[in-house]
Design a protein around this ligand. Structure first.
Ligand code: EPU
Length: 421
């Protein structure tokens, strides 16, 4: 497994282009199973998770290729296999987003039940409830969810769970309901920009989705969907990560190709911390040369502060001038990075789903272990400001969600070396 060796203490300066959003691209790619016509999807980042989903779609009978312009071209040619096996789901939990499209289009699906995960319990009860509400009959065999339905039937579905709405359950049900008979209303739907993007994508295929972006989504089922040409939204989590990169190194970055409106909660916290943010069209200029104020932050469903930026913001707050309180309301155990930041001299105390961050004057380089995608990003950010050398081990996690992160950071002044094992 590769590691990243980071020399701390450099200031980042320059321009960074933000990629298309991983979490928008994955359910959109899965939704290509809803038609046998070709779908062209632009701005899909070249990530390990995207490659996993490409392999899964190929095993499900799709021909997938990247054309000379970098667009993904997906065309289903054989609908005989509807099994997403343990191997593919084990590699990537988001493989669950093929369940809805397969059931709706092929009338049956067999998807391995996802197991445990480094960021805590991740049940899929809401996905299953949604499929059953649409008329799917579900059972469990050898660790696989086996789903059958001759014709899905539109219905009203309440999708609220113990921790609020679910992004991928909303995606699965929206996709499946597009080919159901009649009208489906999803109440307590996720409002994340990635769900809006999926709704827009489905509509570009001929679906009738409305209300996406609100808590109530209505889908009028249609008989069939057609091919399309669609561009995925920019990645708000990659943008937020680079905002922290600029701030933590006292640097100045211009982030190109952002959607400011998707980043309001992050921008709000950064400004309270004392980071300068200036937005011009699709660009965000981030600079910081001052001391950092402590802040309190609670992760919430969109438009609240995203859980996918919690670890990165924690790395920044380790250096604030006072105590910050971080509360995780989406994945209460998503704190594997605290112990590793502690190895670099951070002073953190975990109390249930809350971490109290006592600001310190400096972080000190150390070998640290990446546990999940966003935790890895937080450790790289901490390494860029730490005194001396930091080695982030098991960085395959970071490659799942950031395309060539060390090359992008080095291009604006970081000193990061990938060591292959
Ligand atoms: N939940 C349930 N039952 C379900 C599904 C979810 O109780 O059936 C709970 C979860 O345990 C959690 C909450 O609902 O407490 C929200 O989870 P959600 O279902 O929204 O998460 P997800 O759809 O599986 C996506 C992103 C995650 C991101 C979360 C929250 C993708 C591929 N993944 O996961 O992204 O953290 O939404 O915003 O879109 C990442 O990119 O690093 C990542 C983990």
């Amino acid at each position: 497994m590769d590691s990243l060796v980071i020399q701390g203490g450099t200031r980042l300066r320059g321009e960074v282009n933000i990629n298309g959003a991983k979490n928008a691209a994955l359910p959109i790619m899965a939704a290509c199973l809803l038609t046998t016509e070709e779908c062209v999807i632009r701005s899909v980042p070249d990530l390990v998770d995207v490659r996993h989903l490409i392999s899964l779609l190929e095993s499900l009978g799709a021909k997938v290729r990247r054309d000379e312009n970098g667009a993904l071209r997906i065309k289903v040619e054989d609908e005989s296999n509807s099994l997403a096996d343990y191997e593919s789901v084990r590699k990537m939990r988001a493989s669950i987003c093929v369940l809805g499209p397969l059931l709706a289009k092929r009338g049956s699906a067999e998807v391995s039940m996802p197991g445990g995960c480094a960021i805590g319990d991740r049940p899929i009860n809401l996905h299953l409830r949604g499929m059953e509400a649409l008329g799917g009959s579900l059972s469990l065999a050898s660790g696989n969810i086996v789903a059958d339905a001759r014709q899905l039937q539109g219905t009203d579905i309440f999708l609220g769970g113990a921790y609020g709405s679910s992004v991928l359950a909303t995606a699965n049900i929206m996709s499946a309901a597009s080919l159901a008979r009649g009208r489906t209303v999803i109440e307590s739907a996720a409002c994340e920009p990635e769900i809006v993007d999926l709704g827009n994508f489905l509509n570009s295929m001929g679906a009738k989705v409305s209300g996406h972006g609100s808590h109530r989504i209505t889908i009028e089922g249609v008989e069939q969907l057609h091919g399309t040409d669609y561009t995925v939204i920019p990645d708000r989590i990659e943008a937020g990560t680079f905002m922290v990169a600029a701030a933590i190194t006292n640097g100045e970055l211009v982030l190109k190709n952002c959607r400011t409106e998707h980043l309001m909660a992050m921008i709000d916290r950064m400004q309270l911390i004392g980071v300068e943010i200036e937005t011009v069209g699709d660009d965000i200029r981030v600079s910081s040369a001052r001391r950092l104020n402590p802040v309190d932050v609670t992760t919430q469903p969109y438009p609240g502060f995203p859980t996918d930026l919690q670890a990165q913001l924690m790395a920044l707050l380790c250096l604030a001038d006072g105590n910050s309180i971080i509360t995780e309301k989406i994945f209460p155990d998503r704190f594997m990075h605290t112990a590793e930041l502690g190895r670099m001299g951070a002073v953190l105390r975990k109390e249930g789903p809350t971490v109290i961050v006592q600001g310190v004057r400096e972080l000190i380089g150390a070998p640290v272990m990446a546990s999940d995608l966003r935790a890895s990003a937080a450790l790289v950010l901490a390494g860029m400001v730490a005194r001396g050398e930091t080695t982030v081990l098991r960085v395959y996690h970071i490659d799942r969600g950031y395309e060539r992160i060390e090359e992008k950071l080095n291009a604006v002044g970081a000193q990061i070396r990938r060591v292959k094992e």
